[in-house]
Design a protein around this ligand. Structure first.
Ligand SMILES: Nc1ncnc2c1ncn2[C@@H]1O[C@H](COP(=O)(O)OP(=O)(O)OP(=O)(O)O)[C@@H](O)[C@H]1O
Ligand SMILES: [Mg+2]
Length: 152
Protein backbone atom coordinates (compact mmCIF):
# COMPACT_ATOMS: atom_id res chain seq x y z
CA UNK A 1 0.00 0.00 0.00
CA UNK A 2 1.50 3.31 -1.10
CA UNK A 3 0.46 6.63 0.38
CA UNK A 4 0.93 10.35 0.07
CA UNK A 5 -0.32 13.33 2.04
CA UNK A 6 -0.99 16.97 1.49
CA UNK A 7 -2.61 19.85 3.35
CA UNK A 8 -5.54 22.01 2.35
CA UNK A 9 -6.35 25.35 3.95
CA UNK A 10 -9.95 25.93 2.90
CA UNK A 11 -13.00 23.95 1.87
CA UNK A 12 -12.53 25.21 -1.67
CA UNK A 13 -9.04 23.72 -1.79
CA UNK A 14 -10.40 20.35 -0.67
CA UNK A 15 -13.12 20.53 -3.31
CA UNK A 16 -10.54 21.46 -5.91
CA UNK A 17 -8.55 18.37 -4.99
CA UNK A 18 -11.61 16.18 -5.55
CA UNK A 19 -12.38 17.97 -8.80
CA UNK A 20 -8.86 17.42 -10.13
CA UNK A 21 -8.65 13.72 -9.42
CA UNK A 22 -12.17 12.73 -10.56
CA UNK A 23 -11.19 12.02 -14.15
CA UNK A 24 -8.18 9.93 -13.07
CA UNK A 25 -10.18 7.33 -11.20
CA UNK A 26 -10.92 4.18 -13.20
CA UNK A 27 -14.49 2.95 -13.48
CA UNK A 28 -15.35 0.57 -10.67
CA UNK A 29 -13.14 2.42 -8.17
CA UNK A 30 -14.21 2.48 -4.54
CA UNK A 31 -12.99 5.41 -2.46
CA UNK A 32 -13.36 5.35 1.31
CA UNK A 33 -13.36 8.55 3.39
CA UNK A 34 -12.25 8.35 6.99
CA UNK A 35 -12.26 11.29 9.38
CA UNK A 36 -14.23 12.79 12.27
CA UNK A 37 -17.57 14.55 11.96
CA UNK A 38 -16.95 17.72 9.99
CA UNK A 39 -13.51 16.66 8.81
CA UNK A 40 -14.39 17.39 5.19
CA UNK A 41 -15.37 14.02 3.70
CA UNK A 42 -18.48 15.33 1.96
CA UNK A 43 -16.63 18.46 0.86
CA UNK A 44 -14.12 16.25 -0.96
CA UNK A 45 -16.95 14.19 -2.50
CA UNK A 46 -18.60 17.43 -3.66
CA UNK A 47 -15.43 18.25 -5.59
CA UNK A 48 -15.40 14.78 -7.14
CA UNK A 49 -19.01 15.23 -8.18
CA UNK A 50 -18.19 18.56 -9.86
CA UNK A 51 -15.31 16.86 -11.63
CA UNK A 52 -17.79 14.35 -13.04
CA UNK A 53 -20.02 17.17 -14.23
CA UNK A 54 -22.69 16.57 -11.58
CA UNK A 55 -24.46 19.84 -10.79
CA UNK A 56 -26.88 18.62 -8.11
CA UNK A 57 -26.25 19.58 -4.50
CA UNK A 58 -24.24 16.87 -2.76
CA UNK A 59 -24.88 16.22 0.91
CA UNK A 60 -23.96 13.39 3.27
CA UNK A 61 -26.71 10.81 2.76
CA UNK A 62 -26.69 10.19 6.51
CA UNK A 63 -30.41 9.50 6.72
CA UNK A 64 -30.85 7.88 3.31
CA UNK A 65 -27.57 5.90 3.56
CA UNK A 66 -27.10 5.98 -0.22
CA UNK A 67 -27.62 8.50 -3.00
CA UNK A 68 -26.88 7.85 -6.67
CA UNK A 69 -26.10 10.67 -9.09
CA UNK A 70 -26.72 9.66 -12.70
CA UNK A 71 -26.43 12.97 -14.50
CA UNK A 72 -22.67 13.28 -14.72
CA UNK A 73 -20.14 11.76 -17.09
CA UNK A 74 -20.57 8.49 -15.16
CA UNK A 75 -22.63 7.38 -12.17
CA UNK A 76 -21.51 8.42 -8.69
CA UNK A 77 -22.70 6.29 -5.82
CA UNK A 78 -22.40 8.05 -2.47
CA UNK A 79 -22.79 5.94 0.66
CA UNK A 80 -22.77 7.21 4.25
CA UNK A 81 -22.58 4.18 6.54
CA UNK A 82 -22.77 6.18 9.79
CA UNK A 83 -26.26 4.91 10.64
CA UNK A 84 -25.28 1.32 9.97
CA UNK A 85 -22.97 1.30 12.99
CA UNK A 86 -25.09 -1.02 15.09
CA UNK A 87 -27.03 -2.71 12.37
CA UNK A 88 -26.17 -6.04 10.88
CA UNK A 89 -28.85 -6.12 8.23
CA UNK A 90 -28.22 -6.77 4.56
CA UNK A 91 -29.70 -3.86 2.62
CA UNK A 92 -28.02 -4.80 -0.66
CA UNK A 93 -25.28 -2.17 -0.60
CA UNK A 94 -22.77 -4.69 -1.94
CA UNK A 95 -24.42 -4.46 -5.35
CA UNK A 96 -23.40 -0.82 -5.60
CA UNK A 97 -19.91 -1.00 -4.17
CA UNK A 98 -17.42 -1.27 -6.99
CA UNK A 99 -20.19 -0.48 -9.52
CA UNK A 100 -18.46 -1.28 -12.81
CA UNK A 101 -19.30 1.76 -14.85
CA UNK A 102 -19.08 4.38 -12.13
CA UNK A 103 -17.42 5.47 -8.91
CA UNK A 104 -18.43 4.50 -5.39
CA UNK A 105 -17.54 6.78 -2.48
CA UNK A 106 -18.11 5.72 1.11
CA UNK A 107 -18.14 7.88 4.24
CA UNK A 108 -17.74 6.01 7.56
CA UNK A 109 -16.42 2.82 5.87
CA UNK A 110 -15.49 1.37 9.26
CA UNK A 111 -19.15 0.41 9.76
CA UNK A 112 -19.37 -1.72 6.61
CA UNK A 113 -15.80 -2.91 6.48
CA UNK A 114 -16.77 -6.41 5.33
CA UNK A 115 -18.37 -5.01 2.16
CA UNK A 116 -15.41 -2.97 1.00
CA UNK A 117 -13.09 -4.40 -1.65
CA UNK A 118 -9.41 -4.77 -1.07
CA UNK A 119 -8.48 -2.51 -3.97
CA UNK A 120 -10.08 0.54 -2.38
CA UNK A 121 -8.55 3.99 -2.48
CA UNK A 122 -8.41 5.22 1.11
CA UNK A 123 -8.75 8.92 1.81
CA UNK A 124 -8.14 9.99 5.41
CA UNK A 125 -8.84 13.55 6.51
CA UNK A 126 -7.52 15.02 9.73
CA UNK A 127 -8.68 18.35 11.11
CA UNK A 128 -5.54 20.30 12.03
CA UNK A 129 -7.49 23.25 13.47
CA UNK A 130 -9.14 26.19 11.77
CA UNK A 131 -9.55 25.49 8.08
CA UNK A 132 -6.45 23.29 7.86
CA UNK A 133 -6.85 19.67 6.92
CA UNK A 134 -4.26 16.98 6.39
CA UNK A 135 -5.42 14.61 3.66
CA UNK A 136 -3.78 11.31 2.92
CA UNK A 137 -4.53 9.10 -0.05
CA UNK A 138 -3.57 5.46 0.05
CA UNK A 139 -3.90 2.69 -2.51
CA UNK A 140 -2.45 -0.59 -3.64
CA UNK A 141 -2.88 0.57 -7.22
CA UNK A 142 0.40 2.42 -7.75
CA UNK A 143 -0.58 3.53 -11.24
CA UNK A 144 -3.68 5.33 -9.99
CA UNK A 145 -1.76 6.85 -7.10
CA UNK A 146 1.03 8.08 -9.39
CA UNK A 147 -1.61 9.57 -11.69
CA UNK A 148 -3.17 11.45 -8.79
CA UNK A 149 0.19 12.68 -7.50
CA UNK A 150 1.29 13.96 -10.85
CA UNK A 151 -1.86 16.01 -11.43
CA UNK A 152 -1.55 17.98 -8.17
N1 LIG B 1 -9.73 22.63 4.41
C1 LIG B 1 -11.02 22.25 4.53
N2 LIG B 1 -11.47 21.17 3.86
C2 LIG B 1 -12.74 20.73 3.99
N3 LIG B 1 -13.68 21.33 4.78
C3 LIG B 1 -13.30 22.41 5.46
C4 LIG B 1 -11.96 22.92 5.37
N4 LIG B 1 -11.85 24.02 6.17
C5 LIG B 1 -13.06 24.17 6.73
N5 LIG B 1 -13.93 23.24 6.33
C6 LIG B 1 -15.34 23.12 6.80
O1 LIG B 1 -15.46 21.89 7.49
C7 LIG B 1 -16.75 21.34 7.26
C8 LIG B 1 -16.61 19.98 6.61
O2 LIG B 1 -17.89 19.42 6.51
P1 LIG B 1 -18.20 18.07 5.74
O3 LIG B 1 -19.68 17.97 5.68
O4 LIG B 1 -17.45 18.01 4.48
O5 LIG B 1 -17.60 17.00 6.77
P2 LIG B 1 -17.83 15.43 6.84
O6 LIG B 1 -16.49 14.87 7.14
O7 LIG B 1 -18.54 14.94 5.64
O8 LIG B 1 -18.76 15.26 8.13
P3 LIG B 1 -19.87 14.13 8.50
O9 LIG B 1 -19.13 13.00 9.14
O10 LIG B 1 -20.74 14.83 9.47
O11 LIG B 1 -20.59 13.73 7.24
C9 LIG B 1 -17.51 22.32 6.37
O12 LIG B 1 -18.25 23.19 7.19
C10 LIG B 1 -16.37 23.08 5.67
O13 LIG B 1 -16.74 24.38 5.29
MG1 LIG C 1 -20.27 13.89 5.35
Amino acid sequence: MDCFSLETHSKDETMELGHKIASLLPNGSTLTFTGDLGAGKTTFVRGLARGLGITETVQSPTFNIMKIYMKGSRPLIHIDAYRLADIDTDIGLDEYIGYETGLTVIEWPEFIERLIPDNRIEVTILNKGGDNRSISIKSKDLKVLEGIKSCL
